[in-house]
Ligand binder design. Structure first.
Ligand code: NI
Length: 419
């Protein structure tokens, strides 16, 4: 079915097409441009008299959506204490239903903030995938893998089974990858095993690398490359302690870096050398990490921080300009997952779109769109979000789910979790 949005302002590169149109057919942008004469089609978006700007849906390149119940747990603790004494013991109590409900809550927050795609790392993939299928987001779902327990082989086997069962389902919205947690929770032999499987399946690898100072001398990226970890599409989250040689390896093997400025600051892990990576041509994308290390799922905040902290760090006001942060949250995220038809608003791309209220006073008058979105924008400027041409958030509602019922079930389980 054809859908048609008229009288819409459209972000095209760094400028705005005023009063343009977007035509959507079978989830794809079949036509887009300046004003139209074709008024006969279905109106997909009631603009409610507002000046609305369409921008590409944002891509959250690193998160753990099943952690919604852990928001605020262990705030202001040191990294190791936060992870091993607070987060992991709580995670051991999470069951299938709580992961499903948490993934629903996380998607509500992401959709409300204009995010259309996320790259996840967590456990109980059946529950996560059920939630993504129902909610309507696009997701790259990777099972968190670690080999320091008796469950070992089972975890990787479960990941492989999930790949076979779900990869490419929901009209291609759901992709399954592999999520070795980190070199400190996975031996080299185990990483090699995962890398071999991922390469054979041509699947995404999603891993945390050099997040904390303790890891800075534990391994080099060259060692990881030598065991074949980077032979498939890889997203390395954080890389705060990547040195010059590590950065060369990222470039050589086309590894994408998911930069998570809020999480790195909050856990006091430091500031990643993103300006250097950018200068070297490494594909850097943006992530929120989880709501227990951020504590929100809002890429507007991450874009702002990315542009601010690297100026402060390098003492260079030209470091990570607004357009670079914006690309990190959109087209670079698409590159990171190897998806050529998201991250831009062009004919032939998937209709993954966020709609902003241009009259929100913090954005007004929105004459310099990229700069205004990055430095003055907020998630709350989003009034609607669509994936594959279907609204997943629309003027305060989530059209595909029962928000109240999910919140109620979540709260019932949440109260028991903290008893
Ligand atoms: Ni993480």
């Amino acid at each position: 079915m054809k859908k048609f949005i008229d009288n819409i302002h459209i972000l095209k590169d760094e400028t705005i097409i005023e009063n343009g149109f977007i035509e959507i057919e079978d989830g794809i942008i079949s036509n887009i441009g300046e004003s139209s004469n074709n008024k006969a089609n279905t109106l997909a978006l009631d603009l409610k008299g507002k000046r609305i700007l369409a921008i590409p849906g944002m891509i959250n390149s690193h998160t753990h959506s099943g952690m919604a119940a852990l928001k605020g747990a262990g705030d202001d603790l040191p990294f190791e204490q936060w992870l091993f004494q607070t987060i992991i013991p709580l995670e051991e109590q999470l069951d299938d239903e709580m992961i499903y409900l948490s993934t629903m809550i996380s998607q509500m927050e992401m959709a409300r903030n204009g995010i259309t795609t996320f790259v996840d790392m967590y456990m109980m993939l059946d529950s996560i995938i059920k939630a993504v299928d129902e909610f309507g987001m696009r997701a790259y779902i990777c099972r968190g893998l670690q080999d320091d327990s008796l469950e070992d082989g089972q975890r990787l086997q479960k990941n492989i089974k999930a790949y076979e069962k779900y990869h490419g389902t929901a009209n291609g919205r759901i992709s399954v990858g592999f999520g070795p947690h980190s070199p400190y929770l996975c031996s080299k032999e185990y990483l090699k095993k995962i890398a071999d499987v991922a390469q054979e399946l041509n699947a995404l690898i999603h891993i945390h690398l050099k997040e904390s100072q303790k890891e800075s001398h534990q391994y080099t990226f060259r060692e990881l490359a030598n065991i074949g970890l980077f032979n498939t599409q890889t997203i390395a989250a954080h890389c705060v302690y990547a040195d010059s040689d590590d950065i060369q390896v990222l470039k050589e093997f086309n590894v994408s870096v998911a930069h998570n400025p809020s999480s790195n600051l909050k856990l006091a892990n430091g500031i990643a050398p993103i300006e250097k990576m950018h200068q070297e041509g490494v594909n850097v994308c943006l992530g929120t990490d989880s709501v227990s290390s951020n504590n929100s799922l809002d890429l507007f905040k991450e874009m702002l921080l990315a542009s601010l902290i690297h100026k402060g760090e390098t003492k260079d006001p030209q470091a990570i300009p607004a357009i670079v942060s914006f690309k990190m949250a959109t087209s670079n995220g698409a590159n990171a997952v190897g998806q050529k038809n998201i991250g831009l608003l062009e004919k032939g791309m998937r209709a993954d779109i966020a709609f902003l209220d241009m009259d929100n006073i913090n954005l007004f008058p929105l004459i310099k769109p990229i700069s205004n979105i990055v430095y003055s924008g907020r998630g709350s400027d989003v009034i609607a979000t669509m994936v594959d041409g279907d609204f997943i958030y629309y003027f305060g509602t989530y059209p595909k789910i029962n928000e109240e019922a999910i919140k109620k079930q979540f709260m019932e389980k949440y109260v028991k979790l903290y008893k």
